[in-house]
Design a protein around this ligand. Sequence first.
Ligand SMILES: Cc1cc2nc3c(=O)[nH]c(=O)nc-3n(C[C@H](O)[C@H](O)[C@H](O)COP(=O)(O)O)c2cc1C
Length: 467
Amino acid sequence: MEKTQPAADVSLAWFETMKRYWGMDPQQFAFGLMSRSKQITYENVGLRDPDFLAGVTRWFAAKQRALGYQVDVANPPPPMFTPFRLRDMQLENRVVVAPMDQYMAVDGVPTDWHLVHLGSRAVGGAGLLFTEMTCPSPEARITPGCTGLWNEAQAAAWKRIVDFCHAQSKAKLCMQIGHSGRKGSTQVGWERMDHPLERGNWELVAPSALPYAGDSQVPREMTRADMDRIRDEFVRAAKYADAAGFDMLEIHCAHGYLLSSFISPLTNLRTDEYGGAIEGRMRYPLEVFSACRAAWPEARPMSVRISATDWAPGGLPETDLLALARAFKAAGADLIDVSTGQVVPQQKPVYGRMYQVPFADSVRNEVGIATMAVGNITTADQVNTIVASGRADLVALARPHLANPYFTLQASAWYQHPGQSWPLPYLAGRDQAYRVAQREREDWKAGREALKPPTHEVKGGAARRAA
Ligand SMILES: Cc1cc2nc3c(=O)[nH]c(=O)nc-3n(C[C@H](O)[C@H](O)[C@H](O)COP(=O)(O)O)c2cc1C
């Protein structure tokens, strides 16, 4: 019951919000309808009706071609392998390495660990890589191991990483800047996450003096002077990110960190113009975003990561989510990176595969802005399903990239896609990977055939229909 009902629910939601898809071309509309409940995916449609899937793939490639991208329409790539542009930044494909804190910085300076971590994922073929949440001041850090961007040494260390990725791959790099707010001064991810440091704590600030959990430090309510200082620190970090050569900048407004806790009605109890209705609660995050936008080069894109729901009673309603996305769009955001939750410890998320995609869908198709989906997306098939159905433009994978930096290269072999760039020293591996993947696909198809009902039943059905 617990599995069937949510599946039926997402299907129901599709019909309830069908109006938002009316402007889509018939191929995308039809594919979206079929894949609405997550049971039928891109590959699955291909097993049921190869001609239909070929039509959707061809249509998607032709659409990208019409938008001005170099896409082979005669031999169309799967949607995940089509390029995508934000301002002057063009990505090779739709796969993104999601931001992932490594807790390995020393005094905020990224180390060789970060070079190898990001470098190998750049070489692994993803179109876009996010840095972990990087903090504009020492007090903005979540943990003592978080990266920073408040001095020259940090900017120089980031530049080394960016330069390597640019020289050795086609990957673009996005710097994520964030301030921890009331979730700061805590232990690293593999210790007691979100719990205070045992010693060496620093003062926390937040929109309201509410601790995160029972044993959390109590933050101080921010004054206007704090707001000015922290906004200026974000701008300083944006300028260092520019100097380090990043292609894109993201402002982290999700997961209960400082800017997120302004947005959520559960964590912002202010009675001044920075609290109250959504217009007040998003005022300071928008101010920070706009100040960074003004400092960040016009030709380079910016995104915002948001928590689209708090998964808790009294949390952010959908109307506020849409108002928030509209306001960031008007302020010059090019992409909304749609995550959820982690705002309050009493959250009750409904997990499942691709569980946050409906929020990316809602923002993209209600507000008319590019979105990035993230959260329990683990296969190339799911990436294709999300992109082909127009639920998001980019698809970010976090944990799958920890286990497998070469996710995208392996997917290019699975689809026998010739257009994905591989590092020159790895070309011999590419040829073998394509051969092995072809055999695996044949075995997979044969296995699927074997699972089909016995032919006499099918014949029986046909005979009945004929009669
Ligand atoms: C180790 C780890 C560190 C993370 N650090 C960040 C971070 O710095 N900034 C952020 O926005 N999200 C962070 N996240 C969240 C991921 O970006 C992503 O939204 C989440 O893990 C869900 O995606 P997944 O199911 O593909 O892992 C982190 C996730 C993991 C697993």
